[in-house]
Design a protein around this ligand. Structure first.
Ligand code: F0G
Length: 359
């Protein structure tokens, strides 16, 4: 007997792929009801959609299963991307599964260790660029144009097609209900665009009759989308030196900015920034109140929710879904820096008792 877990391909009829998918059983992630965290934040009903439980530990796998399947369908010979880390890990694993070479460009020194490890071990050609993510993305676009490599950043529409299944699953897991809010981190702004598309498709198909208010959260040091929403501007002003502990979303010039601004405005959502301290506190709360281990960027969703509830923007009676986009073990160094060291003791029961029962 073969057990097939639910995956992105459950929604195959709504995905633009005709051939055999390149799949490692992505999607089908849990939607946790988080009552302890809800109480601390002050909302009635809070759920966390934990995308850290995908094969490579981030939501990127949903986009890559569709994107790499399309690359194969189109007969492309090489796939490539720029990445703050997770996209490169995901491209590496799906490239490996499909048996085609993957090239990834990373901003030197600004990618969490777990992500680099994945890209290397799964056999991608890993280039460390002396520059930031925005520069790496501009370069990989040129490389792909020149060499006819298949670009798999979220400019690629098939990436977003895969990621829209997060929206489908949330509706399914809530018993065909739509939450009042979906709160998530925003970097290159593909995921908020994709999830919103998913909710809109379900509404068009009359599976649901509404969409949630989309709320995008960015780190204070890398927040062009939030600035545009707050100022009412048509388009973003790129930031040339983005900086945050949440390296996954250390992005100054998001390629999907226009679509993300539209998703937020059309859904009557909002956008907010959080400081590094606020997001680390939220990371701790998720870990210690709910047993959900996430990387710093993912914790911005919960940090942002707390801020928006405090400000009265999100009401206590609302049903909220926070999307946590990546797993805790992606960035072990940040965790080690944020937590106390293990307590070193002699190998005697007395020494252990002295620590367990301090005087
Ligand atoms: N959370 C995590 C953990 C991410 O890795 C990313 C993006 C985001 C949130 C933001 O998603 O870009 O669709 O708005 N990481 C990309 C990468 C940029 O290269 O891995 P977005």
């Amino acid at each position: 007997l073969k057990y097939e877990p639910p995956t992105v391909w459950k929604y195959r009829d709504l995905l633009p792929i005709t051939g055999n998918p390149v799949t490692i059983y992505e999607g089908g992630t849990p939607l946790y009801r988080c009552d302890r965290l809800a109480e601390k934040i002050g909302v009635k009903e809070l759920y966390v959609k934990h995308e850290g439980l995908n094969p490579t530990g981030s939501f990127k796998d949903r986009g890559m299963t569709v994107g790499v399947s399309k690359a194969i369908e189109l007969g492309m010979k090489t796939v490539a991307c720029a990445s703050t880390g997770n996209t490169s890990a995901s491209l590496a694993i799906y490239g490996a599964k499909a048996g085609i070479p993957a090239i990834v460009l990373l901003p030197e020194g600004k990618v969490a260790m777990g992500k680099v490890a994945q890209a290397l071990m799964h056999g991608a050609k890993v280039l460390s660029i002396r520059g930031n993510f925005d520069e790496a993305l501009a370069l990989v676009r040129t490389l792909c144009d020149q060499e006819k490599f298949y670009l798999l950043n979220s400019i690629n529409p098939y990436r977003l097609e895969g990621q829209k299944t997060i929206g489908f699953e949330i509706v399914d897991q809530l018993g065909l209900k739509v939450p009042d809010r979906v709160v998530l981190p925003v970097g290159n702004a593909g995921n908020i665009t994709a999830i919103y598309k998913g909710f809109k498709e379900f509404r068009e198909l009359k599976i649901t009759d509404t969409v949630p208010k989309m709320c995008g959260i960015q780190a204070e040091g890398a927040s062009p989308i939030v600035q545009a929403i707050k100022s009412g501007a048509e388009s973003i002003i790129p930031e040339s030196n983005p900086e945050t502990i949440a390296t996954a979303i250390r992005i100054g010039d998001p390629v999907n900015a226009k679509k993300a601004l539209n998703a937020i405005r059309e859904s009557e959502g909002t956008a907010e920034t959080v400081t590094d301290e606020e997001l680390v506190q939220a990371q701790r709360d998720l870990a210690q109140l709910e047993g959900i281990g996430v990387e710093p960027a993912s914790a911005t969703s919960v940090a942002g929710l707390r801020k928006l509830v405090e400000a009265g923007v999100i009401g206590s009676e609302e049903t909220v879904v926070c999307v946590t986009t990546g797993h805790l073990l992606k960035d072990p160094q940040e965790v080690i820096d944020a937590c106390d060291r293990p307590i070193l003791v002699d190998a005697t029961i007395e020494a252990i008792r002295d620590v367990v029962f301090p005087k």
